[in-house]
Design a protein around this ligand. Structure first.
Ligand code: C2E
Ligand code: CA
Ligand code: CA
Ligand code: CA
Length: 281
């Protein structure tokens, strides 16, 4: 703290102290929130680009905070990851999403829904009993393993590749599928991913944003879609907001998409009406 001066140093120390107290308070609140059932899920449709039929949904967590109202993940996921509370939250999300999905399938067996996508944080994925948590959640909810798609991040795949590989194999052995989320924002390459047993690539919104305006971005996305196809990976383009983007991605051979153009994240009650097979409409 060279150059801070005496007053500056004290202020620095007290800021540090405040930050620490805030982190501890947040951690306590997050744990209370799990116990108090303050988390809720919204579901964002993932559509088949060719006909816009809803093929899956992504579960997205929100915190119904007693004082601050409905909070999106931006307000708490990072703190939850740092404090470790994300492991408990993630288990709740997984179980709730599977429970809800099994209800939808039971209520409408001809629903166009094939899977629910669940985000798994790095810390949650690395917890030693993660595969058991998944197995137990499937058993308790009666959900079929093929209904579950786990979204993990690129950074996770890069670190600790051998352990991740073993864990992915264990999950795959259960019949569960795995997606790489936010693909393109990290450092992994497709050739590297080929060695990982994953099924789906989710192309990050930052790639999609510019495809209509930048020839380079367009070419890059086109190349990724082609290579992914050669590796038998399905591609979901994230953050589609304009019909021009939809058309361009469809032309490039991208099969699936997600974004405000099709639907924002929805409350569970609003999903069934949108997932009826055409013959029922
Ligand atoms: P993500 O996994 O990339 O999820 C997609 C995010 O993009 C969602 O934000 C969604 O609402 C938003 N989005 C979807 N389509 C569009 C679009 O067309 N335009 C724009 N501008 N945004 C769009 P949300 O729900 O705020 O979630 C943010 C992030 O929080 C997620 O990013 C994910 O990383 C994390 N997250 C959400 N739920 C969970 C969870 O249950 N567990 C963990 N570990 N992380 C979660
Ligand atoms: Ca995701
Ligand atoms: Ca994503
Ligand atoms: Ca993203």
């Amino acid at each position: 703290a060279k150059g801070l001066g005496k007053g500056g140093w004290q202020r620095y120390q007290s800021d540090l102290h405040t930050a620490m107290v805030q982190r501890l308070e947040m951690r306590t609140q997050l744990i209370e929130a799990i116990e108090g059932e303050q988390f809720v899920l919204q579901y964002q449709p993932i559509v088949e680009l060719a006909d816009q039929r809803i093929t899956g949904v992504e579960a997205l967590v929100r915190w119904q905070h007693p004082a601050r109202g409905l909070l999106g993940p931006f307000h708490f996921v990072e703190a939850a990851e740092e404090s470790g509370a994300i492991v408990g939250i993630g288990t709740w999300v997984l179980r709730e999403a599977l429970r809800q999905f099994a209800v939808w399938k039971a209520e409408d067996p001809s629903s166009t829904l094939r899977y629910v996508s669940v985000n798994v944080s790095p810390r949650q994925f690395r917890s030693p009993d993660f595969a058991d948590v998944v197995r137990q959640a499937l058993a308790d909810t009666g959900a079929r393993p093929e209904w579950l798609l786990l979204e993990i991040t690129e950074s996770l795949v890069l670190r600790d590749a051998e352990k991740v590989l073993a864990d992915l194999k264990a999950l795959r052995a259960l019949g569960v599928r795995v997606a790489i989320d936010d693909f393109g924002t990290g450092y992994s390459s497709l050739s590297y991913l080929r060695q990982m047993p994953v099924d789906v690539l989710k192309l990050d919104k930052s790639f999609i944003d510019d495809i209509l305006h930048s020839r380079q971005q367009h070419a890059l996305v086109d190349t990724i879609i082609t290579l992914a196809g050669n590796l038998d990976l399905a591609v979901v383009a994230e953050g589609i907001e304009e019909s021009g983007q939809h058309a361009a991605l469809d032309t490039m051979g991208c099969q699936y998409g997600q974004g405000y153009l099709f639907a924002k994240p929805l409350w569970p009650a609003d999903i069934p009406a949108r997932t009826q097979a055409a013959s029922e409409l």
